[in-house]
Design a protein around this ligand. Structure first.
Ligand SMILES: NC(=O)c1ccc[n+]([C@@H]2O[C@H](COP(=O)([O-])OP(=O)(O)OC[C@H]3O[C@@H](n4cnc5c(N)ncnc54)[C@H](O)[C@@H]3O)[C@@H](O)[C@H]2O)c1
Length: 251
């Protein structure tokens, strides 16, 4: 396992799912964690679990779609731990599947606000801090729905495709400044708040059937990819999208 001893890592969407598991893995590897999420109760629970895994941790209640919240999140990392080494910009929301003619404008605005503007705000404030220190590594959560798409997902798919463009552009902004920016594109991942919902079980079963490996992913499959992208082992990798989907997009 890569050693993250003393490294300061922000994880957004850390209360549940992929963010929670990735935070736990970073804590086990010795990192100090700044957990950010809009949900306070489950966020504090995750903070306790991270602490039990041996990590120093602070939970910062954050709505990633609000500039003031994201600025505060980064300043709390610096206030508590003095620096920022890595960030996993992972907070996101699903879209209720429906064709574009039936999608209310508010649902479009919400998906873009959280999934795309939220990642942009995180990059803006994290990069400003990393520039002061001379580097860092950032991973943004996109999706296989940012690489391919599906019916009824116009807002979600556009937001996740947007994350890939954002990732490439910001990677180029700071390629010579020691800041690496990459994205992870999860396939269908079981055991997260989004995918445990009763109303998406049929879709998850279809996703499983369409996955060449014959199973859904686990949050730990994503955590492993994120940690590699944050580690020195990937030091020549920037502006890339790493798809972790059991072969779904290889068809
Ligand atoms: N689970 C999958 O199959 C899958 C597949 C592809 C991509 N993703 C992406 O992975 C990421 C994590 O999803 P997950 O499956 O772990 O779901 P999840 O619902 O368990 O986690 C998402 C977290 O984001 C938080 N969040 C939502 N809106 C927020 C906001 N405005 N500000 C801060 N936090 C907010 C939620 O409270 C939650 O803790 C999302 O970006 C999602 O789109 C998930």
């Amino acid at each position: 396992m890569t050693d993250f001893a003393g490294k300061v890592v922000i994880v957004t969407g850390a209360s549940t799912g992929l963010g929670r598991q990735t935070a736990l893995r970073f804590a086990e590897a010795g990192a100090h964690l700044v957990l950010a999420d809009i949900e306070t109760v489950s966020g504090e629970e995750t903070a306790h679990a991270v602490s039990a895994a041996g990590g120093e941790v602070v939970f910062v209640r954050t709505d990633v779609s609000r500039n003031a919240d994201v600025e505060h999140m980064v300043s709390e990392a610096v206030r508590k731990f003095g620096r920022l080494d890595c960030a996993f910009n992972n907070a996101g929301i699903a879209q209720r599947g429906r064709p574009v003619a039936e999608l209310p404008e508010e649902e479009w605005d919400r998906a873009i606000g959280v999934n795309l503007k939220g990642v942009w705000l995180c990059l803006k404030h994290e990069c400003a801090q990393m520039l002061k220190q001379g580097g860092g590594a950032i991973v943004n959560t996109s999706s296989i729905m940012g690489v391919v798409s599906g019916p009824g997902l116009s807002a979600y798919s556009a937001s996740k495709s947007g994350v890939l463009g954002l990732t490439r552009s910001v990677a180029l902004d700071y390629a010579t400044a020691g800041i690496r920016v990459n994205a992870v594109c999860p396939g269908g991942i079981a055991n997260t708040a989004i995918t445990n919902r009763a109303d998406v079980q049929d879709a998850m079963e279809s996703l499983k059937m369409a996955t060449p490996m014959g199973r859904l992913g686990e949050p730990d499959d994503i955590a492993s990819a994120v940690m590699w992208l944050c580690s020195p082992a990937s030091r020549f990798v920037t502006g890339q999208a790493l798809t972790v989907d059991g072969g779904f997009t290889a068809w």
